[in-house]
Design a protein around this ligand. Structure first.
Ligand code: FES
Ligand code: FE2
Length: 450
């Protein structure tokens, strides 16, 4: 458990809070690029600030305060001009630096506009996403994580606005054993109630956890597991799942699918959850003109969570403790050690920012930011067709363009069968697990004797 005071310290994201000051040291996605193709102006809420993102007619991106500084009308209804966004009410024009460049109704010789500014933040585009930075100068580099910059991948972006604080999905990412229950036993229970044949077609194998482990590494934390029938040679133990501090989970299935789950802190009680998937099928592909974006539904018609796929089950587990979990009322067991390590890391980084230091995972050296590789369970083979149940099991089933990816996997299987060369599997970096002399960076728990 955590005292109410400590809970407040880690969950609040506003500008005048300890957690909010830490979170402002990082870049966050605020839109998929294609969203602005459909409508060049998007209202954005990030870290409890109401903002408006736009692309002007010259292609410049801007992110400015939602209310117009004149009479507070929403710039969400602004008109993109050659240089900036024009307020619909009296035509004041603002550029991406927040400068007011026109006030059409003021006298011709007025200098008033030179004394009016609106809040403006830096934005950058990478890998089909538009990112914003709301923190203090100097602005750090936008991290070029592998999935955003790799060649020969097909990317897709799904997202949902989830009604809970961002820390709740992060804690879930440090909780290996829930996979056995929420995505195993409970999944099968839900399938059994859906109707004849569902459990037989899509039922999950519920494999027991023998051992779990957690390690601090340079980018954050890694969770590792050994399940019944596997050994410590398995990638789930040797490599594991990285949590990139503060807000990204990296997953992969070892079959050419790599994904980020990006938890964007909208405010104290909402998280914009992004599933960013990069499919590497083994077939070379040209860069995408644009990365498709789709919304992932969360609720059934009756208002209950959609529970017949893994991501729906996760959203249920993040949200039903309440928008902000009451951590003073929890009863943590030994198997919750990963959650405790995440909270400790978060508190430590909040403290570091209060001491005037940069927190971890802030990049300032371009040489370190060419392509930031993450460990991932990659090398169990690179090419295997993704069967239908795999799509059914997770949010990818809502992608309107999944068939394009399936066709590429089919093509890879065909080429492999014909003896044609495929792209080599990617080799993830390995982490030195035996961090000698640093036991505080590692925890292991044996749950069952083999
Ligand atoms: S309210 Fe925006 S120009 Fe008047
Ligand atoms: Fe999960």
């Amino acid at each position: 458990m955590l005292s109410k005071e400590l809970n407040e310290r880690i969950v609040r994201v506003g500008p005048d809070t300890p957690g909010g000051r830490l979170l402002r040291r990082y870049w966050y996605p605020v839109a998929a690029s294609v969203e602005l193709d459909a409508n060049p102006v998007k209202k954005v809420r990030l870290l409890s600030e109401d903002l408006v993102l736009y692309r002007d007619r010259s292609g410049n991106l801007g992110l400015i305060d939602e209310p117009c500084p004149h009479r507070r009308v929403s710039m969400e209804y602004g008109i993109p001009e050659d240089q900036g966004l024009r307020c619909p009410y009296h035509g004041w024009l603002f550029n991406h630096r927040g400068e007011c460049t026109e006030q059409p109704a003021e006298p011709w010789n007025s200098t008033f506009k030179e004394r009016v500014r609106t809040k403006a933040y830096p934005v950058q585009e990478l890998g089909g996403l538009i990112f914003a930075y709301l923190g203090p100068a100097p602005v750090p580099l936008l991290p070029r994580y592998d999935l955003y910059v790799w060649d020969n991948v097909v990317r897709q972006i799904g997202a949902t606005l989830v009604p809970c604080n961002w820390v709740q999905p992060m804690e879930n990412s440090m909780d290996p054993v829930h996979v056995e229950w929420l995505h195993g036993y409970f999944f099968n229970y839900v399938l059994g109630r859906k109707g004849p044949g569902e459990l037989e077609r899509f039922g999950q194998r519920q494999r027991r956890h023998m051992k779990i482990g957690f390690t601090r590494f340079e980018h954050g934390l890694i969770k590792r597991r050994v399940v019944e029938g596997d050994s410590e040679e398995h990638d789930a133990w040797r490599i594991g799942h990285p949590v990139i501090f503060p807000n990204i989970l990296r997953v992969g299935n070892g079959r050419g699918v790599s994904a980020f789950q990006i938890r964007v802190p909208v405010d104290d009680e909402y998280t914009w959850h992004i599933w960013y998937t990069a499919y590497r099928t083994g077939v070379s592909v040209p860069p995408q003109d644009s990365v498709p974006y789709y919304e992932v539904p969360m609720l059934e018609a009756d208002g209950r969570f959609i529970a017949d796929h893994i991501d729906g089950q996760d959203m249920l587990s993040w949200s039903t403790p309440g928008a902000i979990a009451q951590r003073d009322k929890e009863h943590l067991g030994q198997s919750d050690v990963g959650i405790i390590m995440f909270r400790d890391l978060l508190r430590e980084q909040i403290d570091a920012v209060e001491r005037g230091q940069d927190p971890i995972e802030v990049y300032r050296d371009p040489a370190e930011n060419q392509c930031i590789l993450m460990p991932q369970e990659h090398h169990q083979g690179s090419v295997l067709h993704i069967p239908l149940p795999g799509d059914y099991q997770n949010q990818a089933r809502y992608s309107p363009r999944l068939q394009e990816v399936r066709d590429l996997f089919d093509e890879a299987v065909r080429r492999a069968g014909a003896g044609e060369a495929l792209l080599p599997p990617l080799q993830p970096p390995l982490i030195p697990w035996d961090l000698e002399g640093a036991p505080e960076l590692q925890r292991e728990l044996v749950i069952r004797q083999g």
